[in-house]
Design a protein around this ligand. Structure first.
Ligand code: HEC
Ligand code: HEC
Length: 324
């Protein structure tokens, strides 16, 4: 077994520290975190010229939904589809249609039920105070992403800057009121289906066979068509290296002190259990490199200081495998 012992901070020093080190520096536009963890900080592959374009007038639906709408109504960032309106409380306007200038509907990315996707985050069931604090950190420019070229996290930064405290509190109240449900199926394996990067996630290349997983996680929709339709009732598979879950368990013994029993959150400290391993990996790296530096982030300093890339893979494989 080969084991990376390179500390991320060493890698960062070689690649990006110069540009992120200065106070409030603009994150770099090249040599971002995609170079270190391309599976977590996804950049889309170029789209071939002959890629098929779906018919915008085609009427689409998803299982168990009363809704039938033209495909052209799916990617509306100030009014995304709500396929299962009975499965969550009524959405406040900021979640359903957005708020003031630049405040895109939270439900567009995080989904109406807050379950989220690998390229963003699950917000359902997180503590109210925690969500409000994250929005405050964005507003104060303290929470940035290690990979500005990845669209969604940069978009979140802009939304967080634009959202008012009142909007943040309304959204926090809504998302914290809902339980986070099992959403990611963790599969330990040596071989993974070959994937391409599209829509800021891994998309399985049908019929292209498999390849060794190596030291990474491949998180991909259970049903790509439903995920593309923004169905909030279909989750994700996370392929993780064989043995990573048990290794991750051993590496997270100290985390329950703050994150609670079963890593299901404690007071205002966020829950980790069952959440997207891609998202979790980005956060560990962003804490370690200091681009995520919110009011409470210092509490994570000791936990991330010595993590290697392999440690991150193991830890997030384990946290994803836990019941929410
Ligand atoms: C364009 C897509 C998009 C929209 C719209 C959006 N977000 Fe996000 N949000 C993201 C992404 C991407 C992340 C994860 C950033 C990362 O990976 O570093 C995120 C993360 C978050 C988090 C952090 C979760 C955690 O566990 O720390 C909160 C809270 C949040 N968003 C709240 C909101 C609220 C409230 C709204 C509506 C006002 C909103 N978001 C709208 C993309 C979006
Ligand atoms: C001393 C308390 C403490 C310990 C110990 C701790 N954490 Fe945290 N953790 C926090 C706090 C507080 C936050 C929120 C930080 C912020 O708001 O910036 C957090 C945030 C996180 C996040 C980001 C969650 C999100 O929703 O964005 C991850 C991932 C995480 N911790 C993982 C871990 C792991 C893994 C360990 C153990 C190796 C650990 N933490 C140990 C207090 C702690």
């Amino acid at each position: 077994m080969t084991r990376h012992t390179t500390r991320l901070s060493t890698i960062l020093a070689a690649t990006t520290l110069a540009s992120v080190g200065a106070a409030n520096a603009q994150a770099q536009t090249t040599d971002g975190a995609n170079n270190v963890m391309p599976w977590a900080y996804v950049l889309n592959d170029p789209v071939p010229d002959d890629a098929p374009t779906p018919d915008p007038n085609e009427v689409v639906t998803v299982p168990n939904s009363p809704l039938r709408i033209p495909r052209s109504e799916i990617n509306i960032n100030n009014g995304p589809p709500d396929w299962h309106p009975d499965a969550h409380p009524p959405m406040p306007p900021v979640v359903a249609t957005g708020g003031g200038d630049g405040v895109v509907a939270c439900g567009y990315c995080h989904l109406p039920n807050g379950q989220g996707k690998p390229e963003n985050a699950s917000v359902a069931g997180q503590p109210y105070e925690y969500i409000v604090q994250q929005m405050t950190d964005w507003r104060n420019g303290l929470r940035k992403t290690g990979e500005p070229r990845m669209g969604p996290p940069s978009f979140m930064e802009r939304i967080g800057l634009a959202a008012t405290d009142a909007e943040a509190r309304v959204a926090a109240e809504y998302f914290s009121s809902m339980p986070f449900r099992q959403w990611v199926r963790v599969v330990e394996t040596d071989e993974v289906p070959r994937t391409k990067f599209a829509g800021w996630i891994h998309e399985v290349l049908e019929g292209a066979g498999t390849e060794p997983i190596g030291s990474r996680i491949v998180e991909t929709p259970e049903d790509i068509e439903r995920t593309k339709l923004r169905d909030d009732a279909t989750g994700f598979i996370a392929y993780v290296p064989t043995g990573s879950v048990a290794r991750g368990e051993a590496k997270t013994q100290g985390c329950t002190v703050c994150h609670g029993p079963g890593l299901r959150g404690l007071g205002p400290v966020p829950a980790l259990a069952g959440r997207s391993p891609s998202y979790m990996a980005r956060q560990l790296y962003d804490f370690q490199t200091g681009v995520r530096n919110g009011a409470w982030s210092d509490l994570m300093d000791a936990a991330v200081e010595d993590l290697s890339l392999d440690d991150i893979v193991d830890i997030v494989a384990y946290t994803a495998s836990l019941a929410p």
